[in-house]
Design a protein around this ligand. Structure first.
Ligand code: HAM
Length: 432
């Protein structure tokens, strides 16, 4: 192949024939996106669409200049005017920028926002990790309360439930405020410094730059060194503690199972108080299906007013892959209800009238305009997963009697031609 697709990205196509590529089938994406939209509506979240690229500075400030995203993963380019732009690596900073710019928090309909779209991170591609991935995210701005936190967490859990994802672990933690993280960071450094040489190379770098991220390390030896480390929960202010206690009590009240995980820190620098992550055993090392948290300090950091906010994002690739790994039933791909095979000019003429009338009445209809062989046309009807095929020839036109072939069962249904449309309409074709 002379001009192959770039590394770490993929096409979403109607039907990917490879067994490991089923998740790239567009009807699965449409189904997940429809489920998301209807759920977002139920919880009162309205859609926001921000640009695919923003000024680089937004992400450097918003996501944090010590984060992996900013230091290693951004797709940054200079535009023709010499300005530095970046393909968005995540949605939160851009949504907050839009909120500040348009004062969206002042309009009730714009306080709870959701988005669906591609994000770009220059990461080492592997199963479940791509350079262009797609997120569904929500951001609720203006409400500092634990009740708002729980609404957001519940929305994510409910989405997974509706999609049929199973065996998920919901982890929650509090990372407190900036003072807490500074003091805890110092305590963690003090704990780890005698064993600095035994830390993995990556954790040694993090030790200086962002020591809390060592808690995230997948290295077994690092995890061992962390076993007796102090807990961030002992460094929370009274207010943060109270907030976290209330979040947990509310989650219990609504029956959402979770694990309090004091080692949960997130890779983006903007979080304050509540953070959470939902993982699936089915995803291998890239096991986070969705994650989020509160980020009360982000707005002032971007030059906006004090604006408490919380949100999450969940990877659409990972949701679909988890569903498929768990054999969750998905709706069937779209398919024609009727596949018309006209033989000869007269039949073609009639097929034109029939097909347009059916399509205008919402019946999915496909036609083989120039069938060379009836057998090949029927084969195509089967490949397209049509429910019925109709061979329309001189005999059928002269007698006015047709035989519908139900392809899956090979059942033959005799019918007057004049009844065809009513018959198909009576089937409520949109129901499957
Ligand atoms: P994040 O944890 O960086 O958070 O990403 C959210 C989700 O996006 C992950 O849990 C994962 O499912 C998916 N994801 C991330 N990177 C990749 C990748 N390279 N390939 C495939 N999937 C990926 C955020 O982006 C925050 N903005 C979430 C948030 C919203 N926090 C508050 N509001």
């Amino acid at each position: 192949m002379k001009n192959p697709i770039a590394k770490g990205v993929f096409d979403i196509v109607p039907h990917d024939p490879s067994p490991e590529g089923v998740w790239r089938s567009s009807h699965l994406w449409q189904y997940v996106e429809e489920t998301i939209r209807s759920l977002a509506n139920v919880y009162g979240y309205r859609e926001i669409r921000t640009p695919i690229f923003e000024r680089t500075e937004l992400f450097v400030r918003g996501v944090g200049d010590s984060s992996d995203i900013v230091t290693k993963e951004m797709y940054t380019f200079e535009d023709r005017g010499g300005r530095l732009m970046t393909l968005r690596p995540e949605g939160t900073a851009a949504v907050m920028r839009a909120v500040i710019e348009k004062r969206l928090e002042q309009q009730p309909a714009s306080q709870k926002l959701f988005y669906i779209g591609p994000m770009f991170r220059y990461e080492r591609p592997q199963a479940g990790r791509y350079r262009q991935h797609h997120q569904f995210g929500v951001e609720a701005v203006g409400d500092p309360s634990p009740e708002q936190d729980v609404e957001v967490i519940d929305l994510l859990c409910e989405l997974y439930q509706r999609l049929g994802l199973k065996n998920l672990t919901v982890m929650v933690n509090s990372v407190g405020d900036a003072k807490t993280r500074k003091e805890y960071g110092e305590a963690l450094r003090t704990h780890l410094s005698p064993s600095f040489d035994q830390l993995s190379a990556e954790s040694q770098i993090r030790f200086e730059k962002n020591v809390l991220r060592i808690l995230d390390s997948k290295d077994q030896n690092d995890q061992k060194l962390l076993e007796k480390a102090p807990s961030i929960l002992d460094f929370l202010t009274e207010e943060s503690k109270e907030h976290f206690v209330r979040v947990q009590a509310l989650l219990k009240k609504i029956g959402r199972k979770f694990v309090a995980q004091p080692n949960l820190v997130r890779g983006l620098d903007y979080y304050t108080n509540t953070v959470f992550e939902i993982t699936s055993g089915e995803l291998g090392s890239q096991n986070a299906v969705g994650a989020g948290g509160r980020y009360d300090g982000l707005s002032p950091l971007l030059g906006g007013p004090p604006l408490p906010a919380i949100g999450f994002a969940t990877g659409i690739e990972r949701m679909i892959q988890t569903c498929l790994a768990q054999n969750t039933p998905f709706p069937k791909a779209p398919h024609p209800l009727l596949f018309l095979i006209p033989l000869g000019e007269r039949a073609k003429d009639r097929a034109i009238d029939l097909s347009y009338e059916l399509r205008h009445q919402n019946v999915a209809t496909e036609i083989q305009w120039h069938p060379k062989k009836v057998g090949t046309a029927l084969q195509r009807a089967t490949q397209l997963n049509a429910t019925y095929a109709l061979i329309l020839g001189e005999n059928e036109l002269d007698s006015g009697s047709i035989t519908l072939k139900e392809l899956a069962t090979r059942r033959e249904i005799p019918l007057p031609l004049t009844d065809l449309i009513d018959f198909l309409l009576g089937l409520n074709p949109t129901s499957d």
